[in-house]
Design a protein around this ligand. Structure first.
Ligand SMILES: Nc1ncnc2c1ncn2[C@@H]1O[C@H](COP(=O)(O)OP(=O)(O)OP(=O)(O)O)[C@@H](O)[C@H]1O
Ligand SMILES: C=C(C)CCOP(=O)(O)O
Length: 246
């Protein structure tokens, strides 16, 4: 079983609020549809926000730890992410991928320590019935602080652990984790080895960019890959493009 994240920075134009990168989303949808044509494996897709969600969250001062009790703010952030989710679903459906939505706001929460709780029975049932669940970064209820953001990366880590994923892939806007000379680092096994070159996202991003991604993936038992759109087909074909996090 594969857990794949389509980064918001890939499928949207992260510099322009609520703007899709239509060509990239089509390319990603093509790669997923092609991969499912042969011997289909169970696949769970998670997508990030890019220019949907991050701007809204930032305007309302909401992050993964700073919450809001304002229902209008929650609906604005959640609404932006549902709009993007609908775009992703429709591109996949156009290619006969049996994609269905899972909205974390309605299923997940954080406890008073900030730990993510994500029931997976619904997702496992979808997989068993031949659907491709498509989750997304979202705003979720958070004990004591109202509602906070959950990143697609956190959802990937949680799903990979709970569903015992064999393969984990993060498709982002960079060809992998880059070193100080902008070369792709092949393998990362300890955060300290790369901390100096890891930064936040260049665009508005309330969830921590590359540093948070690497940290979340290092905590997993299975290996994970971070790669660009050009590596997506090969990842889905069983290869390990970009950077491997072990
Ligand atoms: N060492 C690094 N190597 C590669 N990218 C880095 C590095 N340090 C910081 N970054 C930034 O991290 C970004 C990728 O993280 P980002 O969170 O924007 O990606 P995403 O998951 O595709 O998007 P989203 O969070 O919207 O879903 C890159 O575009 C780059 O700006
Ligand atoms: C900002 C929101 C609502 C989603 C964040 O998800 P990410 O783009 O995966 O970090």
């Amino acid at each position: 079983m594969i857990v794949l994240k389509l980064g918001g920075s890939v499928i949207t134009d992260k510099d322009r609020p609520e703007t899709l990168d239509g060509d990239s989303l089509e390319q990603a949808a093509d790669a997923v549809a092609n991969a499912l044509e042969g011997e289909p494996e169970d696949l769970v897709i998670v997508h990030g926000g890019g220019s949907f969600g991050h701007h809204n969250a930032s305007e309302h001062g909401v992050s993964t730890i700073a919450g809001t009790h304002d229902a209008a703010a929650v609906l604005e952030i959640h609404g932006a992410m549902k709009t993007l989710n609908q775009f992703v679903l429709s591109r996949l459906l156009d290619r006969d991928v049996q994609a269905v939505p899972v909205h974390p706001f309605s299923t997940a929460h954080r406890d008073d320590s900030g730990d993510l709780e994500l029931p997976t029975g619904q997702i496992e049932t979808m997989l068993g019935e031949g659907f491709v669940p498509v989750l997304h970064g979202d705003v979720i209820p958070h004990t004591g602080v109202g509602a906070t953001i959950v990143s697609g990366d956190e959802l990937v880590a949680e799903l990979a652990h709970d569903l015992e994923a064999d393969r984990i892939g993060l498709c982002s806007t960079v060809p992998g984790v880059l070193d100080a000379d902008e070369a792709v680092i092949e393998r990362i096994s300890a955060y300290e080895d790369v901390a100096a070159v890891l930064g936040a996202s260049e665009a508005t991003d309330v969830t921590g960019g590359m540093a948070a991604k690497v940290q979340a993936l290092l905590a997993l038992e299975a290996e994970a890959s971070i790669f660009g759109l050009e590596g997506l087909a090969s990842f889905l074909g069983g290869e390990s493009p970009g950077t491997t996090i072990e």
